[in-house]
Design a protein around this ligand. Structure first.
Ligand code: SF4
Length: 409
């Protein structure tokens, strides 16, 4: 059953510069991001005005239980700018008591005062984009911060957490970066655990074609770990973090008890969410809609909505149901997996269609079910940890081949 959205994502697209692996919808501002009266500040102000307008014309919905300010680099904003955004959302939807309000922060963009300010206006969870503790690695992936800035940022955030001023915080790292091996990676993990972050997001490097890394990879100039090394790194990551009390509740997410991200769980549960801003995707009531990815086209789109009805766009004209293969993919990322028949029923399949298609899917998955990479329990399918999670891509490829064979895509 698709429930009404109780979550909102707001996209803040500004960054100092584009990292070499990143193909997100962002606007690099260089150092003009901070100087008063600079073109960067003018762009930020104009963009925040567009978001306020988008929230104004959005249909009403129930009070929000999770809000996520992502990007981009939301910590390039000032306290009052973030406060105005939260206030706007609150007036529109209301916030549930204890709502989780997360803000992504970049180590090169804040001082202690800035963090204090964000807490004062309601942020209660930070997600810190660390990526690596190694200076040469950070330079080679195009990050602006260095290792000591990252450690200082972790210490600042953790001290607020320990004082009870912050509900939780998360640190992002990327595994399988160029030049990495198991030995170097262990040093990264040990440092990550030393920060005392109660939540770690550990992403696999994805090579996107339209990035610096994409071009280097094409020329054979990117020295990333080979598949067997990458699998070993993933396996040892799971083991190591488990020994430190972390639970892997999703392929890329590890948390200490009570610190799983409610917002992330909402995405992976297939619930709906509101999205605001350039390039943001929303899926209210199970229908997904993606906004234009450049500022000019987003502005034009917004002006059209203001003269028509955003409700019409979100629910009827340009939206589309989230396809079943995608729901299966996000469901399989979670530790609790996915109930196939429930998904199929919501998707509108009859029992006969469900049985026939599931039968076929199990043929595609035969090897993985047989070898225990993929487990089945009362209609629920989930990846075994760590073996199944390690080769999740292979299992998902088979699922997509099954989906293609149905000819519904
Ligand atoms: S800081 Fe994040 S969003 Fe900005 S370019 Fe780097 S990876 Fe992309």
């Amino acid at each position: 059953m698709v429930t009404p959205p109780r979550s909102a994502y707001v996209h803040i697209p500004f960054c100092h510069k584009r990292c070499f692996y990143c193909d997100f919808s962002i606007i690099p501002l260089g150092d003009s991001a901070e100087a008063p009266g600079s073109p960067g500040i003018t762009s930020i102000n104009a963009y925040l005005d567009l978001i306020q307008r988008e929230i104004s014309i959005c249909p009403k919905g129930p009070a929000l239980s999770t809000i996520y300010l992502g990007g981009g680099t939301p910590s390039l904003l000032k306290k009052n700018e973030v406060g105005d955004l939260l206030e706007k959302l609150k007036r529109k939807f209301g916030f549930q008591d204890g709502a989780e309000i997360t803000m992504e922060v970049d180590p090169s963009t804040f001082l202690e005062n800035d963090l204090q300010g964000f807490l004062e206006i309601g942020i209660n969870r930070f997600s810190l984009g660390g990526q690596s503790f190694d200076d040469s690695t950070l330079a080679s992936i195009g990050r602006k911060h260095n290792s000591s800035e990252l450690i200082e940022a972790c210490n600042l955030i953790n001290s607020l957490f320990k004082k009870g001023r912050l509900k939780s915080w998360s640190l992002d790292l990327i595994q399988n970066l160029p030049g990495l091996n198991l030995c170097k990676w262990f040093k990264e993990l040990e440092q990550a655990v030393q920060t005392e972050a109660p939540h770690l997001s550990i992403y696999d490097l994805t090579i996107e074609p339209e990035t610096v890394f994409g071009r280097m990879h094409k020329k054979g100039r990117l020295n990333i770990p080979i598949e067997s090394e990458a699998q070993k790194i993933d396996l040892e990551t799971g083991r190591f973090l488990k020994s430190k009390g972390f639970s892997r509740y999703e392929i890329s997410s590890y948390s200490l008890p009570g610190h799983a991200s409610r917002h992330n769980r909402m995405y992976w549960s297939g619930s709906g969410w509101w999205g605001f801003g350039m390039g943001a995707t929303s899926a209210p009531w199970g229908m997904r809609f993606s906004r234009p990815k450049t500022i000019a086209s987003y502005k034009k789109w917004l002006e059209q909505q203001e003269s028509q009805s955003l409700e019409k766009t979100l629910f009827i004209e340009n939206s589309r149901p989230i396809p079943l293969d995608e729901l299966l993919m996000i469901g399989l990322r979670r530790r609790e997996g996915v109930h196939f028949e429930e998904l199929a029923k919501n998707f509108g399949w009859t029992q006969k269609e469900t049985d026939r298609n599931l039968n076929l899917l199990e043929k595609y998955w035969f090897h993985y079910l047989n070898e225990g990479y993929l487990l089945r329990n009362n209609g629920r399918y989930f990846l075994s940890d760590p073996r199944g999670m390690q080769i999740s891509n292979q299992i998902l490829v088979q699922m997509f081949l099954w989906w293609d064979s149905l000819g519904l895509g």
